[in-house]
Design a protein around this ligand. Structure first.
Ligand code: FE2
Ligand code: FE2
Length: 322
């Protein structure tokens, strides 16, 4: 079962999942309201008046719930009854559900309008809440799936951009769309390659390295023409020393935004669990990024990232600013 705040049960003529409550906060969950019944503020008020802050829904309804949240995102983010951590979880869950849809859709581009809408709300929320990152730490998935990774990278990238001083909402919305969809191109690659548990053959690796181009194409086909969005998608595996892909760009060709998503992308890949590897803790991931990738990554932005995470940086090794 999934525990959700009562404040997330928004008004709808037919709630798309069963709702359970746990009287007294423990014991077996009791069915409170069947699926397809209407939900309104009076039902929420009644639950609150009985001291019920959280409800339970079947784990199988996780993505139906995400879609429900997406449809009510503006109202939830403006609801004074909802705490910032609860709102952060709502942004995260709704984005994960939407990205799961994108990754499974043969026409991912048709969903770009919805991803942009969600990005706009999320960026507005991140910009006005400084505690976003610590709230996110409680909800980030540590299991690697392309859809959770997409959302993690989006969240880290926007927070990093904000920490680096980029606070223009328009700029962050544009960048955010590229970040959220940076790996959408993987939906065009055979699952045998995406889900391979062993090292890819040379031919498979060549196919895999085309995914940023597919992400770029998905955006272009959806009518995206803004450079920040397109560059984030196409160039998130490029490196300052020219060793990246798909275009082998060098430092002078990589904008600060591309440099930021690259840091976020590598950090999330290292700190999440795959079938063939454990998740690294944040310290170990930062140490590897510093010691093994210092010619590939922008070390000034890397330091902003380390400071932003509030992690104890490998100080003795880190170059100090100034
Ligand atoms: Fe990628
Ligand atoms: Fe990625």
């Amino acid at each position: 079962m999934l525990t959700i705040p009562v404040g997330c049960l928004r008004t709808t003529p037919a709630m798309p999942f069963d709702i359970y409550i746990q009287p007294g906060g423990r014991g077996a969950p009791v069915l409170y309201r069947e699926k397809d019944l209407p939900m309104d503020a009076a039902v929420r008020e009644r639950l609150w008046s009985h001291g019920v802050q959280n409800a339970l829904i079947p784990a199988s309804a996780e993505y139906t719930y995400g879609a429900h949240l997406e449809g009510h995102l503006p109202a939830i983010l403006q609801d004074p009854e909802m705490s910032p951590p609860a709102k952060t979880a709502v942004v995260y869950r709704s984005a994960c559900a939407l990205m799961m849809e994108v990754m499974q859709s043969p026409r991912a581009g048709q969903l770009c309008g919805r991803t942009q809408e969600l990005v706009n709300h999320a960026v507005g929320f991140f910009l006005t809440h400084d505690e976003t990152l610590s709230c996110l730490a409680d909800v980030l998935s540590f299991d690697y799936y392309t859809y959770t990774h997409s959302v993690n990278v989006f969240a880290f990238s926007i927070c990093l951009a904000k920490a680096a001083g980029y606070k223009d909402p328009e700029v962050l919305r544009e960048f955010g769309q590229g970040c959220l969809l940076h790996d959408a191109g993987k939906s065009r690659i055979s699952p045998d390659i995406i889900n391979a548990k062993t090292k890819l053959s040379e031919a498979q690796w060549a196919v895999m390295q085309r995914h940023p181009v597919h992400s770029f194409d998905i955006l272009v086909e959806a009518g995206e023409g803004r450079d920040l969005a397109l560059d984030a998608a196409r160039s998130h595996h490029e490196k300052l020393d020219g060793s990246g892909y798909p275009d082998g760009l060098v430092a002078s060709e990589l904008s600060p935004f591309v440099r930021m998503i690259t840091i976020a992308d590598i950090f999330d890949a290292l700190t999440t669990r795959r079938p063939y590897k454990d998740a690294m803790n944040r310290q170990a991931a930062l140490r590897i990024m510093y010691s093994e990738m210092r010619r590939k990554l922008d070390m000034d932005l890397f330091q902003v990232f380390v400071d932003m995470l509030g992690e104890e940086p490998p100080r003795s090794e880190l170059r100090l600013k100034g």
